[in-house]
Design a protein around this ligand. Structure first.
Ligand code: CA
Length: 224
């Protein structure tokens, strides 16, 4: 995995590069927006918003205009961060300085998993059909047995994750790692709440608990 790190502060950039290399990433480091826009292809972009030459937001928008590469924006504490604006610019996630290295790596891996191979090409709708369940990941429309189902964003992400590999058992750790960005110790109960909510909104039997391991989505067409 090749990361493009755009960071003009060498006291951040150098240790970051060293750490990321140690994590097994390849790292291209640039310190200006112009160099960022001239850089070659990569698997993920880590973009500092405060750059010496160009506004990081402009860089983000330009990068997004020409590719679907996942982008994590790095902002300084106190900088006015409008999450909605960042998402509109095409960022996939953001971290605020000073950030912990482990947290950053967890976020990088989460974004890579979430976007890996699933990026839409040329605006094609990506449909998932499992038995009576239908998901359009582009419009985020979900229906079950032909009935539209309204889900929260996290419920949707969780369902999509399970439905991409139906019948496979996913451990709690895997699910939390991929679907939640936050520290997972805080999320174990959150996962149960979301599973319960999906069962209620879809069908109780659609998600099976594999005791002591995790969960799996069951193909509803064949299970009944
Ligand atoms: Ca900076």
């Amino acid at each position: 995995m090749r990361l493009l790190v755009i960071e003009d502060d060498p006291t951040i950039a150098e240790p970051l590069r060293t750490g990321l290399l140690r994590e097994g990433f390849e790292v291209d480091l640039v310190d200006t927006g112009a160099d960022a826009l001239a850089a070659g292809a990569c698997d993920l972009v880590l973009l500092d918003l405060g750059l010496p030459d160009l506004d990081g937001r402009v860089v983000c928008r330009h990068l997004r205009e020409r590719s679907n590469v996942p982008i994590i924006v790095v902002t300084a504490r106190g900088e006015e961060v409008d999450r909605v604006t960042l998402l509109e610019l095409g960022a996939d996630d953001y971290v605020v300085k000073p950030f912990g290295f482990r947290e950053l790596v967890a976020r990088i891996r989460a974004v890579l998993r979430r976007t890996g191979g699933d990026r839409l090409r040329d605006g094609d709708a990506l449909r998932i059909d499992v038995g009576r369940l239908q998901i359009d990941t582009r419009t985020r429309n979900v229906s079950y047995d032909g009935r539209p189902v309204a889900l929260t964003p996290k419920e949707h992400d969780l369902l999509v994750y399970l439905a991409r590999d139906p019948d496979a058992v996913h451990t709690r750790e895997q699910i939390i790692d991929v679907v939640w960005d936050e520290n997972w110790w805080g999320s174990t109960k959150t996962l149960d709440v979301h599973i319960a909510s999906l069962r209620k909104k879809l069908a109780p039997e659609i998600i099976e608990t594999v005791r002591g391991v995790g969960f799996r989505l069951v193909d509803a067409a064949t299970s009944t």
